[in-house]
Design a protein around this ligand. Structure first.
Ligand code: TYD
Length: 219
């Protein structure tokens, strides 16, 4: 059985990833593909508990190293339970965030540096790399504005506050943004950078083109 295709979506909070993943899943289903969709942190029972720990803004602040270790603990579980079995059975896996997020947020944003993140990646993920990464980077200003609106809406609707990350402002997000650009330059074969303030349809078209190309390459 040929191995499946591993696709990741990356971007700043508020970059429209969630909408695009839904569109991409529908696009795939129309073409007879039945993708496995998973998000990080989360996506397994253990991962959801780790996610709650990570995103709870009322909790004692985590050190950057603790945060990174929890991200990789979540990832180890997701790889074993969901990602590897799906790829081994030939399925397409679409993952909302993967190691690039850890490199951008903990490596860049929290200033742990890329090398430490990549060492953990080798330890936990071995050779597993996405076949294709779609990196959504609308302008920094519009991403921040969208993330802020979304937080206010969610908090008003649910009374729950998952906003610890999104409270970090300006400089933190600028470092995340720059690290993402660095990753895109370094791994240009894997990463398709979708930048600028495009409409939802325009972003979807670029994603569909990139995915079609990879699907053709493996058929
Ligand atoms: P989430 O609500 O899933 O945000 P989004 O919908 O924007 O993906 O929250 C995930 C948060 O966790 C997001 O702020 C990015 C952060 N994160 C890291 O800092 N490191 C990581 O390795 C991952 C996977 C996520």
């Amino acid at each position: 059985m040929p191995r499946g295709l591993f696709i990741t979506l990356e971007g700043l909070d508020g970059s429209g990833k969630t909408t695009q993943i839904k569109r991409l899943a529908a696009w795939m289903q129309k073409r007879g593909l039945d993708p496995v969709i998973i998000r990080q942190p989360g996506g397994t029972a253990t991962g959801d508990r780790i996610r709650a720990l990570l995103l709870d803004s009322g909790a004692t602040p985590l050190t950057p190293m603790t945060e990174m270790a929890l991200m990789f603990a979540d990832r180890a579980q997701a790889i074993a339970e969901v990602i590897e079995p799906a790829l081994a059975s030939g399925r397409v896996v679409v993952c909302d965030r993967f190691t690039d997020s850890t490199e951008a947020y903990q490596g860049g944003g929290r200033q742990l540096g890329s090398e430490r993140v990549l060492q953990w990646h080798r330890l936990v993920c071995g050779d597993l790399q996405p076949d294709l990464t779609l990196l959504l980077l609308p302008s920094l200003e519009s991403s921040l504005a969208r993330a802020r609106n979304r937080n206010e809406r969610t908090t008003a609707q649910t009374g729950q506050d998952e906003n610890r990350f999104e409270r970090e402002q300006g400089e933190f997000f600028r470092r995340v943004w720059e690290k993402y650009h660095e990753i895109a330059r370094r791994d240009a074969n894997r990463v398709v950078l979708i930048e600028g303030n495009l409409t939802i349809d325009e972003v979807h078209e670029q994603i569909a083109d990139a995915v079609s190309e990879r699907l053709l390459a493996i058929r």
